[in-house]
Ligand binder design. Structure first.
Ligand code: NAD
Length: 507
């Protein structure tokens, strides 16, 4: 680390203008301190082009269509991906159906489990390469893909490997059976992890799969196909088709899929539900969110600041369960705002591959436009915007960490999912008001509660309409713990016994 003390501290707020919390220590990194670049240099082994992964092999799309995949960190092309149409999706389903009838349904659970263990171990072996590919392709900081996405994805395969021969204990008193072939579509915010959340339980339960990753982040899905080949997974058990919405619709509506699982926006989830109504397909929907992170005056405030920062700025805020609405008790609202502003100034925005980066690139130009538009609406509607004075790279898609104070319930930034590094702060006086405001949303995916009182945590958790409630922490995930929503955040669970049950028929 080097200092540049001679630089003018132009963007540094004047001492007089700064009011401090009682224990807040000020660290100004913006222009006073500079870190030497510390890029991760491992080779991600990305091929110049990828075909569709059907029946254990990579092959071009039947009509030869393809589309480029770029890196949001620098806008450079990474590879070309095959564009699957309905005929390609049909071929993928035929392969999955054949694999199910001839091989997968005949294997005992312990043999299926061995494949899952092998996949988990191979993923661990290639963890560094996968982490670099994930950050290059999706824009998330390398420290997150390295320390969270890849290890948690491997943990999902390990966890479900353990279940594969214990399905008799899944629903006490009932027998379970796989659906056969399942269709799955996932979003771009946790490309490898969402893939693991979908594939591991479906395979453990005995199903074969056709899955479509998001069009901006398909690379680690295709790299995982190399792992399937290396693990000797029988051809056709997992098939990966790449493309955009039309390909996704073909995956969801195919007649051979007896169960479909979708993770993505509420808007697209609703359209899929409408199109599948009456078909008898079993569905799981993991959709959007607008979580309330509620801080009471008796909370450990220093710890809460870390939880709030993690809750909204983790993965650039591209998190369905992001704590994007901060509800602060009125008596500590000013202190909390001061502490948050100070903490935000030490967040480093920039190259996703740099090990010191806290906030990487926004996943796509379209998403950057959407975030900018919603932030403009917040200013126009009268909320007060604070953004850290950080320098953004000239190439790539970046947005500074932002917080809005003086937000009211009717503001768009309090109601709509921004899916970016933008926090909206509201206040409350009583626990009842906090619950009413927290539940006043169409969504119901997650919530956070910060307080010193255990009884208050229990009361709040029982009254919050959210699938996950974290207490004195935020964004904690475990393969054994079910995750999913209420209301317009969807239905069904992923993870744990409950998530596995969603891939089984009860006999
Ligand atoms: P999106 O709905 O635009 O796209 C998700 C996926 O659906 C992509 O693969 C896309 O190609 C595909 N798709 C688009 N139109 C389709 C159609 N008509 N039929 C079938 N598939 C179609 O969402 P996104 O922008 O990629 O992801 C962000 C959204 O995902 C956010 O709303 C976020 O909250 C949500 N999400 C939810 C969870 C959860 O567990 N609840 C987890 C991650 C993300």
């Amino acid at each position: 680390m080097k200092t540049s003390a001679t630089k003018p501290a132009a963007s540094r707020p004047s001492r007089a203008s700064r009011s401090r919390g009682p224990s807040a220590r000020e660290l100004i990194f913006g222009d006073l301190w500079e870190f030497d670049p510390a890029p991760e240099t491992a080779d991600p082994y990305i091929r110049s082009s990828y075909g569709l992964f059907i029946n254990g092999k990579f092959s071009p799309a039947r009509k030869g269509g393809s589309f480029p995949s770029i890196s949001p960190g620098n806008e450079k092309k990474l590879t070309d991906l095959a564009l699957a149409d309905a005929a390609d999706v049909d071929a993928a389903y035929s392969a999955a159906s054949k694999a199910y009838e001839k091989v997968w349904s005949k294997l005992p659970g312990n043999e299926r489990g061995k494949f899952l263990y092998r996949i988990a171990r191979l993923l661990q072996d290639r963890a560094r390469e996968f982490a670099v590919a994930e950050s290059l392709d999706g824009g998330k900081p390398i420290k997150e893909s390295r320390d969270f996405d890849v290890p948690t994805a491997a943990a999902h395969f390990f966890y479900h490997a353990g279940w594969a021969d214990k399905l008799d204990h899944l629903a006490p008193g009932r027998q379970v059976a796989p659906y056969g072939v399942v269709g799955q579509v996932i979003p771009w915010n946790f490309p490898l992890l969402m893939l693991a959340w979908k594939i591991a339980p479906a395979l453990a339960a005995g199903n074969c799969i056709v899955i479509k990753p998001a069009e901006t982040t398909s690379i680690t899905a295709l790299k995982l196909c190399e792992v399937f080949q290396e693990a000797g997974l029988p051809p056709g058990v997992v098939n990966v088709v790449t493309g955009a919405g039309e390909t996704g619709a073909a995956v969801m509506s195919h007649p051979l899929a007896s169960k479909v699982a979708f993770t993505g926006s509420t808007e697209v989830g609703k359209a899929i539900m409408r199109s599948l109504a009456g078909t008898g397909k079993k569905m799981t929907m993991e959709l959007g969110g607008k979580a309330a992170n509620i801080v009471f005056e008796d909370a450990p405030l220093g710890q809460a600041v870390e939880g709030i920062i993690n809750g909204i700025f983790f993965n650039q805020g591209h998190v369905c369960c992001a704590g994007s609405r901060l509800l602060v008790q009125e008596s500590i609202a000013d202190d909390m705002l001061t502490r948050l502003k100070l903490r935000m100034q030490s967040l480093r925005v920039g190259d996703p591959l740099d090990k010191n980066t806290d906030i990487g690139a926004i996943n796509s130009k379209e998403q950057l436009t959407r975030i900018s538009e919603l932030v403009k609406s917040g200013v126009a509607e009268g909320a007060e915007l604070y953004q850290t004075p950080c320098r953004l790279p000239s190439k790539g898609f970046y947005f500074p960490p932002s917080i809005f104070s003086k937000v009211t319930q009717s503001h768009r930034i309090a109601r709509e999912e921004i899916f970016g590094p933008v926090l909206s702060i509201l206040t409350f006086r009583t626990p009842e008001e906090a619950i009413e405001k927290a539940n006043n949303t169409a969504y119901g995916l997650s919530a956070g509660v910060w307080t010193d009182k255990g009884s208050r945590i229990l009361k709040m958790a029982s009254q919050l309409k959210a699938g996950v409630v974290w207490a004195n922490t935020y964004n904690k995930f475990d393969p054994a713990s079910p995750f999913g929503g209420y209301k317009e955040s969807g239905f069904g669970r992923e993870g744990g016994r409950q998530g596995l049950l969603d891939y089984c028929k009860l006999l």
